[in-house]
Design a protein around this ligand. Structure first.
Ligand SMILES: Nc1nc2c(ncn2[C@@H]2O[C@H](COP(=O)(O)OP(=O)(O)OP(=O)(O)O)[C@@H](O)[C@H]2O)c(=O)[nH]1
Ligand SMILES: [Mg+2]
Length: 304
């Protein structure tokens, strides 16, 4: 038996939580070195729990990227918050991301309340430190220390990759000895169809303004590789809530839909490492975000 101190394999589940738009998905993508979770500058980008895997000699970390915890305004919102809050109870470690600020609002207070009594170690990551002066960071750390007894506090920049190595190192400090849950080539549990649908939704989020993006969902009708060639045919539908939104998504002479399609195709080709022929449609499903049936149809299924 080997009893050297570096030979113990560690593993566990780490939940990434925080308010919408703080950079949870960006940090997770940065750690695993691949874009699995879509990101955007619009809040409430992530809707489902996305699991990714980071494996190295020291061990294996399974990250759970969650939707931002926020005040829900419809059934989809309730579903998203439920996904995030339920995840807290299933993990070995919680990583809470916040913006670099001394002002701690109701959203953060609510999260701090949720964490109390859970009995899981919590690491606070003060993200986006590339946007503030270095000297200010200590004041943010002090402000956050007052609302929760964190196990670690790490300033970082997910976008620039700053201190991401420290984050990984600190996570391992708190993970128990454990098995390798996934083989080392696995980076995610997301089916490829889901990733493709999410990449299309991301490009739509980036191209569209204001109220339209929140009300969209993407479904894949067809995804099939042609025999004997490296071309994949994909047919997908962007679902929106109103006729007027449909007009915006299609754009003048189809220009907006074309832009979304071109950008999505580029990313999907990178992921699949194959040529992609992408066809997009737009459909209106009034108030789907308040219909449990339609939500289920679009892949937002409540776990028991
Ligand atoms: N300047 C800066 N921007 C960042 C950093 N990390 C993330 N961002 C940006 O912040 C925005 C939100 O990032 P996401 O990763 O989508 O945020 P999220 O927390 O997953 O958001 P939800 O899924 O909506 O909860 C994007 O525009 C990112 O590019 C960072 O370290 N520095
Ligand atoms: Mg996200």
């Amino acid at each position: 038996m080997d009893s050297g101190k570096n030979t113990k394999f560690k593993s566990g589940f780490v939940a990434l939580i925080g308010r919408p738009n703080v950079g949870k998905s960006t940090l997770m993508n940065q750690i695993i070195g691949q874009k699995i979770a879509i990101t955007s500058n619009k809040p409430q980008t992530t809707r489902n729990k996305i699991q990714t895997v980071y494996t190295c000699d020291e061990g294996q970390i399974v990250f759970l990227d969650t939707p931002g915890i926020h005040k829900a305004k419809n059934k989809l919102g309730e579903y998203m918050v439920n996904v995030a809050e339920k995840t807290l109870k299933e993990v070995d470690l919680i990583m809470w991301l916040v913006e670099p600020d001394t002002f701690i609002g109701a959203g953060e207070q609510h999260i701090a309340q949720q964490l109390k009594g859970i009995g899981v170690p919590v690491i606070l990551v003060i993200n986006k430190t590339d946007t503030v002066k270095q000297e200010e960071i200590l004041t943010f750390i002090d402000a956050y220390r007052k609302i929760y007894d964190f196990d670690e506090i790490i300033p970082a920049s997910a976008l620039r990759g700053k201190n991401v190595d420290v984050v990984i190192e600190q996570i391992f400090k708190y993970l128990p000895e454990g098995p390798q849950y996934y083989d080392e080539d696995t980076v995610t549990d997301q089916p490829m169809r889901q990733i493709v649908a999410e990449l299309i939704r991301e490009k739509a989020l980036h191209a569209l303004n204001e109220e339209v993006p929140h009300g969209i969902a993407v479904t894949i009708e067809k995804m099939k590789k042609r025999t004997k060639t490296d071309i994949v045919d994909i047919e997908a539908t962007i679902i929106c809530e109103r006729e007027s939104h449909k007009g915006i998504i299609i754009g003048k002479k189809g220009s907006m839909l074309k832009k979304i399609g071109t950008n999505a195709r580029y990313e999907i080709e990178k992921q699949l490492e194959m040529k992609v022929n992408l066809q997009l449609w737009v459909k209106v499903r009034k108030d789907w975000r308040d219909s449990e049936l339609l939500m289920k149809n679009y892949g937002y299924i409540n776990e028991k």
